[in-house]
Design a protein around this ligand. Structure first.
Ligand code: NDP
Length: 264
């Protein structure tokens, strides 16, 4: 089934790895022009080479950009418009989580976590809003976590900031209806990532392979599907919500957690 993104233009923040890169690839497969950013130049270049080797005809643009630097994001938005044209779909994916409980979260860690979860969305939304208003199918799709609804004590600051982001996403969806811009998010459980790969390399139980090791983690955490998600799985949900296929859906979420959501 087609996502109906052919001829549309999309932006994916944090598109140089993991879930972001999987979303970039899916959008390109669907015929969209795609711009993406990340901070690390080498990783960004590597992701661009990967995409262009597989899809030589793809219309792409990459730029090193820290989404927490407002002028960086403004420059990125201007460059995307001039290279690929007006943006239809903004996917806010850049970021990472913080593992800490209340007692070992310092005051500045709370501020950093709040800054990351708020401004990684606020700055790109501000920078791309005028372009999205010009689109006949404008959408903003935020990567969020199930922690927003189901906090974990070992990720206390991330959980609280995720809840705030869910609330903000809902407010934006109502405010932007007047512009025809839909705003949604996905709520992730645990998805294979560079962070998990690093932990795997440092594991003590070296007799376990990647599948066995991640399945153990999933079982220990009580994930009903007994495995971590693959980056392509949240990418499918992201691209669906961003695409015209979800034209009557705004202020909504898709759960991508392997059944870990304990709410009705
Ligand atoms: P990855 O580490 O594989 O990818 C993160 C991407 O974001 C990279 O491209 C990274 O590039 C970029 N990035 C991070 N910070 C910034 C920044 N300040 N400005 C611009 N780009 C940035 O992680 P995942 O694919 O696993 O995660 C994607 C999103 O999903 C993140 O927001 C993460 O917090 C969220 N998430 C992931 C979960 C999981 O289990 N994997 C669970 C819940 C949420 P660079 O470092 O070069 O800037």
């Amino acid at each position: 089934m087609s996502f109906q993104v052919e001829g549309k233009t999309a932006v994916v923040t944090g598109g140089s790895s993991g879930i972001g890169l999987a979303a970039v690839e899916l959008l390109i497969k669907g015929g969209a022009s795609v711009a993406w950013c990340g901070r690390d130049e080498a990783r960004l270049l590597h992701s661009k080479d990967y995409i262009l080797q597989k899809y030589p005809e793809a219309k792409v643009y990459t730029q090193s950009c820290n989404v927490l630097d407002k002028s960086d994001v403004t420059r990125f938005a201007e460059a995307v418009k001039s290279k690929l044209g007006n943006v239809d779909m903004l996917i806010n994916n850049a970021g990472q989580g913080r593992v800490s409980n209340f007692e070992n979260t310092q005051d500045e860690d709370w501020l950093k976590e709040t800054e990351l979860k708020y401004f990684s969305v606020i700055f790109p939304v501000k920078a791309f809003l005028e372009q999205l208003k010009q689109s006949d199918c404008g959408s903003i799709t935020n990567v969020n976590s199930l922690l927003a609804l189901q906090p974990e004590p070992h990720m206390i600051a991330t959980s609280a900031a995720r809840a705030a982001l869910l609330n903000l996403t809902h407010s934006l969806s109502h405010e932007f209806v007047q512009y025809g811009i839909r705003v949604n998010s996905i709520l992730l459980g645990m998805v294979e990532s560079a962070q998990w790969k690093r932990r795997f390399e440092q594991r003590s139980d070296t007799e376990l392979n990647w599948e066995q090791w991640t399945a153990n983690i999933a079982r220990n955490r009580g994930i009903p599907m007994q495995r971590l998600g693959k980056p392509e799985e949240p990418a499918h949900a992201l691209v669906f919500l961003a695409s015209p296929l979800a034209s009557y859906t705004t202020g909504s979420t898709i759960d991508v957690s392997g059944g870990f959501n304990k709410h009705l």
